[in-house]
Design a protein around this ligand. Structure first.
Ligand code: ADP
Ligand code: ZN
Ligand code: ZN
Length: 726
């Protein structure tokens, strides 16, 4: 009998599989295997089991070990293969990076903590004698679903013995999970759905056996989360069904998790995000991939989590840029989720107040069903009143106009809360010499250093470089250097001086470093222990602030006229979100926006909370300029310490591409806005096509040619399909 050959994917930057001999292990596709690869032992994943190899048998090495777990079942495999193809990224690296770190390591992965229990499906249940009451009760409870140790203990203090008996009878499966930490309090009252919400749920439920994308469009507070929850209650009622909910950044939305936990408490819910320890991540991943966890809430990487009975996916805040991975395989989790839903034939719900233009375009073309929630869900909650303060006419002092200060004072008197939104952390964006106009630059990037006064340091927010604040101007010796402009810390200082009795809190990446900082702060806000919040977009996300009645918006004018084609889309979305913070409960809110361009059309749309008109406008603009979503882009990004190598490589690449296709237009080489980053000179080649297929046809032929180029192994380069910016 000829020996079995295993084709194994490894975490190496080569776009191929590697052949090894199986010496007697019980192997399946999706098994993890340890092999020796150029002198190191690596963990790989078995992709194919074959009888032949292009390499002569006696040159092949045997596998060292095969683990008895199958980490990817067929459906997840198919999804990851699709991604490796679509993003032109090596399959081995694609597969391995989708695994929890512990499963990429050679040592056995499992740490035991706590378990959940379920009946093995299709097992015949044992006859239990009537007098074994505890066993009876536990078996009955298990028949309606999975039980945690906690739930078992609620049934009977003698549960451990009963569980052991059931295990011995062979009808029980146990899965390890982490203990769920208590998060924010959340009510478990079930509101009656309004008619728009009911219609949305009915529409989605009308076709749960088929692929169908839905856009759930509604402003903050319109009841989208309520729709998700009641939809899951219906879909998860089917035995073994699982649901995956993607959120942009889980740490920013502790309230969402709390609501899901309290309202769907009968189902095991796990989270997957970067704030988990590696062992927590492993446990949760295993709970999802064995089917024990019925609900997974996770950030972008969790789109690849194997879930054997996935019946629905929800992408909350689908427009959010953090769904796009910016290094390695540059996937977009929303797009991957769409492919996954299609492969599985299940519904997928994209929720947003300000959908991405990509999604809106699909809804306009009726490729996605559009479900609109037009009213605010809570009775009497009025929309906020939005005004611009023209800072050309009414100048600001320390960044604040007298009108805004007066409005805040008014809130303090009424013991209501205010929020100041400024999208820049630190003390000031620039350190400036008034004698010679020097500004502190980052030596490694085309960027300025941001002043962090409390630490007496200047920091680059792009590469992490930092230095002490110089005592004098390095250019002319002037000792009088001044921070210019506004950022969160400086506003905090100004407000503390203006309102010495107010309780002021700042929310940005610097103040919220610890894991529970944001949750703690939100609790304080709920308890009215805070009067004024200063925050970056971290605060714009879906938090519920019942006593907040004023939102001030500061320093947004540069985004109005940015060269980034998505800047105004993003700004509109941030301002819609942040203005949605005001007046959610019974009190009407007010939003004051400081700008020198109050006539800008973006503010008109914002004042009437009219996403639709603004989206039309932007879509026309994009179509006119042949930008996404009406055309498709890929970027070849290259960088090296010497720009001439970059331009040489991109020129060769450009010529190759032009020779291959007339359907795709090639622009460049061009320099990106950030010409230099971390000491590397950067350049891009832009590829534009009218269809994804045309672009993919070119890439398929082009990439192998490119990899053979001499310079390709000398400089750093990467391909970004569907880039968010260029
Ligand atoms: P979104 O996710 O669109 O911001 P939520 O689902 O969080 O909206 O709803 C906003 C608030 O209104 C929440 O406090 C929620 O409990 C409440 N709510 C949602 N739907 C209803 C409803 N049909 N009746 C009463 N209250 C509701
Ligand atoms: Zn100077
Ligand atoms: Zn830098």
């Amino acid at each position: 009998m000829s020996p079995q050959i295993l084709k194994i994917a490894l975490d190496v930057p080569l776009n191929r599989l590697f052949d090894y001999l199986n010496n007697g292990f019980d192997v399946q596709i999706g098994s993890r295997a340890v092999v020796s690869f150029s002198g190191r032992n690596l963990v790989g994943v078995v992709v194919e089991i074959a009888q032949t190899s292009d390499i002569t048998i006696d040159k092949l090495k045997p596998v060292i070990h095969v683990f008895d777990d199958v980490v990817f079942e067929a459906a997840t495999f198919k999804l990851l293969k699709f991604c490796a193809d679509y993003y032109h990224y090596p399959l081995g690296q694609t597969l391995i990076s989708a695994l929890p770190l512990r499963l990429r390591q050679i040592k056995p992965a499992v740490t035991r903590k706590s378990f959940i229990y379920a009946l093995i499906s299709e097992t015949t249940l044992p006859e239990i004698p009537k007098r074994q009451v505890v066993l009876q009760r536990i078996l009955n409870a298990l028949q309606s679903g999975t039980l945690t140790e906690h739930q078992l203990a609620d049934i009977s203090a003698g549960w451990r013995k009963a569980i052991t008996q059931l295990k011995e009878l062979g009808c029980l499966q146990q899965t390890e999970v982490i203990a769920v930490k208590p998060s924010l309090r959340s009510s478990n009252i079930e509101p009656e759905l309004n008619s728009e919400q009911q219609r949305a749920i009915q529409a989605i439920l009308s076709g749960t056996d088929n692929f169908k994308p839905w856009l759930l469009h509604g402003i903050t507070g319109s009841g989208k989360t309520e729709v998700y929850i009641q939809l899951l209650q219906r879909i998860l009622a089917e035995k073994d069904a699982q649901a995956l909910i993607l959120v942009p950044e889980i740490n920013l939305t502790p309230q969402l998790e709390a609501r899901f936990r309290s309202r769907l408490s009968q189902y095991l819910l796990v989270t997957l995000h970067s704030n988990l320890s590696e062992s927590e991540r492993l446990q949760n991943w295993l709970a999802a991939s064995t089917g024990a966890a019925k609900i997974v809430i996770g950030t972008r990487l969790s789109v690849f989590t194997p879930m054997p009975n996935l019946k629905v996916m929800i992408i909350d805040e689908e427009h959010d840029g953090s769904y796009k991975q910016q290094d390695g395989m540059r996937y977009h989790a929303r797009d991957v989720a769409m492919v996954r839903a299609k492969q599985l034939g299940i519904p997928i719900v994209l929720g947003s107040a300000t959908p991405s233009l990509e999604t809106w375009y699909q809804a306009q073309k009726q490729q996605y069903g559009l479900l609109s929630l037009k009213a605010r869900a809570v009775a009497n909650a009025a929309l906020p009143k939005i005004h611009c303060i023209d800072i050309a006419k009414s100048p600001t002092e320390n960044g604040l106009s007298p009108l805004l200060i007066a409005a805040m004072r008014e809130r303090l008197k009424r013991s209501e809360q205010s929020l100041l939104f400024i999208n820049r952390r630190g003390y000031a964006p620039v350190m400036h010499c008034s004698a010679c106009q020097w500004v502190a630059p980052c030596m490694r990037c085309s960027a300025r250093l941001v002043v962090h006064l409390s630490q007496k340091r200047l920091k680059c927010h792009h590469c992490g470089y930092e230095q002490k604040i110089p005592l004098q101007c390095p250019s002319c010796g002037n000792p009088d250097l001044k921070p210019i402009g506004q950022a969160t810390q400086r506003l905090q200082q100004t407000l503390t001086a203006l309102f010495p009795d107010a309780k002021i809190a700042r929310v940005d990446r610097d103040s919220m470093r610890s894991k529970d900082a944001l949750t703690d702060l939100l609790t304080k806000v709920q308890n009215k222990e805070i009067d004024i919040l200063i925050g970056t977009q971290m605060l714009a996300k879906g938090h519920d602030f019942p006593y907040l009645t004023l939102v001030g918006v500061i320093d947004i004018d540069t985004a109005l006229f940015s060269s980034d084609f998505r800047a105004s889309e993003r700004l509109f979305s941030q301002l819609m979100q942040v203005s949605g913070r005001a007046g959610r409960a019974q009190i009407a809110g007010e939003v004051l926006i400081q700008t020198a361009f109050p006539q800008h059309i973006l503010f008109d749309a914002l004042k009437s909370q009219d996403y639709t008109t603004y989206a039309e406008e932007l879509l026309n603009e994009r179509a006119h300029m042949q930008f996404p979503p009406t055309s498709y882009f890929a970027l070849l990004k290259a960088e090296a310490s010497d720009f001439s190598q970059v331009s040489q490589f991109l020129n060769i690449a450009g010529n190759l591409a032009r020779a291959l296709s007339s359907e795709v237009t090639i622009y460049g080489p061009v320099r990106p806005q950030m010409e230099r980053l971390q000491g590397m000179e950067r350049g891009h080649l832009m590829l534009q096509a009218a269809s994804r297929q045309a672009l993919q046809r070119l890439l398929k032929n082009w990439m192998p040619q490119l990899r053979l180029e001499k310079l390709a192994s000398k400089i750093r380069w990467a391909l970004d399909i569907d880039p968010l910016e260029f």
